[in-house]
Design a binder for this molecule. Structure first.
Ligand SMILES: Cc1cc2nc3c(=O)[nH]c(=O)nc-3n(C[C@H](O)[C@H](O)[C@H](O)COP(=O)(O)OP(=O)(O)OC[C@H]3O[C@@H](n4cnc5c(N)ncnc54)[C@H](O)[C@@H]3O)c2cc1C
Length: 385
């Protein structure tokens, strides 16, 4: 029989992060969203809570916890606010992840302690003309006099243009492989390097208090040793990073669904129409019953995928399923949660409106829902494209 109990440490962790999110994030979430403001102060508090580098070994300044603990942490932040959950999830999975999993010992010692304690890293993969088709990226890095000279641009890069940004991992074409295909490598570009500029992107529908940037590289030079891991492994590193990252996007879907569900349940018990709480109508009660059921299923799928990763077993298929399912469960939950709130659900003072907007990104970032279905279908042995 599988053991469905969380460990005592995981339960304590959930409780402490829940309290932190309710006390520190909930009071400011709506205002930051409205102002479209990335909060350095709040991010520092999240660092102080140990929310960065949870799964990184203590040797590199992390907490040495399992991946499931990290997933639970993201879930708890997302239960309150998608933007702050995005900062944490991207900071860990996309910022810390590639350096932790693929960096040389020297790179890990150099970057990880500060990325666990107070600085952020971005992961630059997406380009204006290469999103789902990451193989179409055009940014180049040429090795000249023991330096990588980078030219090109990236778009939609989380955590890459704010006062806490320390470094960006950039995927670039570094040559041609023997089979004639492009050779990709990842290169670490410290913030402030000459020829590298990052511009914050505004006017987002969702995750408005998270930091999103366009990156430009013009003859940007970094030392040869800034190559992440080995030359030519950029594509593999990117796929593996996204596999793990999908678990945290799943956690954002799960936590967001949980948060919206709780708001809807409370409202259904309080709002009285026709002389009784609206939740006493089957039409409303059944919506809430469906939400509870789907959230339970989503949690089981996501935790199983995280457990597989913690066991060192293959988890790529389950990660795609968890990301897809959790984000689509959140879609159904936020849609019904707004419906249950009636007209008030469309107003900004009711938090459910923010959950409704924040959900949409989960079907697009770190591989769209269509791409997840491609991953799952390929795992079924189908040659789908
Ligand atoms: C707020 C935000 C934060 C982000 N953070 C990061 C980050 O930190 N780092 C980073 O590198 N990227 C980041 N991204 C980029 C994100 O990963 C991409 O937006 C995503 O991969 C989709 O790429 P695209 O937007 O170019 O859409 P496209 O790839 O152009 O897709 C458009 C539509 O076509 C569909 N489609 C494309 N190809 C196929 C196919 N073969 N079969 C079926 N349907 C297909 C897609 O599913 C989608 O519906 C972020 C994006 C946003 C909005």
């Amino acid at each position: 029989m599988p053991d469905y109990n969380l460990t005592q440490e995981q339960e304590i962790l959930r409780k402490s992060i829940r309290e932190f999110a309710e006390q520190e994030i909930a009071p400011v979430a709506q205002e930051l969203d409205e102002k479209e403001e990335f909060s350095v102060e709040l991010t520092k508090k999240m660092f102080d809570m140990g929310l960065f580098g949870m799964y990184v070994s203590e040797k590199y300044g992390g907490s040495g916890l399992d991946y499931l603990s990290y997933v639970i942490a993201v879930e708890e932040i997302a239960r309150i606010d998608g933007s702050q959950a995005a900062t944490v999830a991207a900071g860990n999975s996309l910022g810390i992840g590639p350096i932790y999993y693929f960096g040389t010992e020297e790179q890990k010692m150099k970057w990880l302690p500060e990325l666990c304690r107070g600085r952020l890293a971005g992961f630059g993969l997406t380009e204006p003309n290469a999103g789902s088709d990451a193989g179409g990226s055009k940014t180049t890095a040429v090795l000249k006099d023991k330096k990588w000279v980078i030219n090109g641009s990236k778009i939609f890069i989380t955590n890459a243009a704010n006062p806490l940004t320390a470094v960006v991992t950039v995927q670039a074409v570094t040559g041609t492989r023997p089979d004639g295909k492009k050779e990709y490598s990842c290169i670490l570009v410290p913030y402030g390097t000459k020829g590298f500029t990052a511009k914050e992107m505004h006017k987002k529908l969702m995750w408005r208090a998270s930091n999103t940037a366009e990156l430009y590289f013009e003859d940007c030079e970094v030392p040869e040793e800034n190559l992440l891991g080995k030359r030519g492994e950029g594509f593999h590193q990117m796929l593996k990073t996204l596999d793990a990252g999908r678990l945290s996007i799943g956690a954002m879907g799960l936590g967001g669904a949980q948060g919206a569900f709780e708001l809807a349940l409370k409202y259904a018990k309080e709002r009285v129409q026709f002389g009784r709480p609206i939740g006493d109508n089957q039409a409303i009660a059944f919506k809430l019953a469906n939400m509870a059921m789907e959230i339970e299923a989503a949690r089981n799928l996501l935790y199983k995928a995280a457990w597989l990763k913690d066991q060192g077993k293959p988890f790529s298929r389950e990660a795609a399923m968890a990301k897809l399912y959790c984000s689509e469960v959140m879609k159904r939950v936020v849609t019904d949660a707004v419906q249950i709130h009636g007209g008030y659900g469309l107003m900004k003072e009711y938090n459910v409106e923010r959950f409704f907007r924040d959900q949409k990104l989960l079907e697009i970032g770190e591989g769209t829902s269509e791409v997840q279905r491609i991953v799952i279908a390929r795992n079924l042995g189908l040659n789908v494209r």
